[in-house]
Design a protein around this ligand. Sequence first.
Ligand SMILES: Cc1ncc(COP(=O)(O)O)c(C=O)c1O
Length: 365
Amino acid sequence: MEYERPLFYHVMAYAESAERDIVDMVSGNPDWEPPASLREALIEYAEHDVSEFQYPPSEGLTPLREEIAARRGVETERVIITNGAGEANHLSMACGFATHSGQEVILTDPVYPYYSGRTTLLGGTESLVPVAADGSLDPELVREQASEETALIVVNSPNNPTGAVYDPETMAELVAIAEANDALLVSDEVYDHFDFTGNFESALSIESTHRVVTNSFSKSMAITGFRVGYAVLPERLVDAARTRHMLTNVTGSRPAQYAVYRALRETDRSYYNQNRDRLAERIETFTDALDDAGAEYTRPDGGFYVLARFEGFPGSLENAKRLIDEAGVACMPGEAFGQTREDWLRFALVTPRVEQAASRLAAYF
Ligand SMILES: Cc1ncc(COP(=O)(O)O)c(C=O)c1O
């Protein structure tokens, strides 16, 4: 099997080789500071005893698991620390296939491309359920699609790329559909700290043996390079997930987990609120300029992506490259996210240069 390089890398590489100055709105790498205590903990770690430079427990540092469990109101045994939410999603999906009879994975369209790639990698077949224009998901469509062939339903709220935040009723319905079809619901909640509606509710609020919640500190603490995430699993899947995690990774990074643990305990709400408010301001600036450019767009209820559609300029890779060359703005083509947003482009607002990008777009279109 050939290595399928994600489209994301092609766009990044193209932007990096451009002759002109480019505002990078491709990646989901936050541009703001991590919590101060995270930096302090890392610096201190350099002086720790050599015993703390060795393998942590495979399922993660116990104090970190306990801290997460206490915050999420679950038993510590059900929390496995992973190499980001990426691995948590992978483990959950692998466990879903191992413990449910079908091969189908129900995903939404637009879809976060790694869910599709992982479905293929794990030998499943995907069924895409389209979401509404505003990104909301009608659980009835999922119910119609689900059958005994369904092993997994994988959703993401707040959503990449639509910015939709699923309401608690939708999440409850999705859990019920998973239960009724003996499938596993995987709820990826990596953008939970960037909810602008106040309506976000984790799928953890619905107790079920048929759902996993995945999350990470990549976005909430602005540390995508640290690779610390977690899965909260139903008891019946814990051993299967631990085995897969151990055989793939042995374990995760001890200093990174320690630094996250310290930051979790020592960071107050204001850190998260500030980052969320900054994003809300960027969304205003960017969407104002999209209005000037005559573009159609989705205003995110959560997360940090804006989907925009410009008349006569579909969201192809070719047009994303044109925008780099001719406007000096790099973004993701909508065609990377399934079929329903092929006319759209996705802009990540994780750059201090949002205003500049916006005026470049307004001038270009
Ligand atoms: C929906 C979604 N899930 C998971 C990830 C990966 O997160 P992590 O860095 O925790 O692996 C991303 C990263 O952009 C994402 O957008």
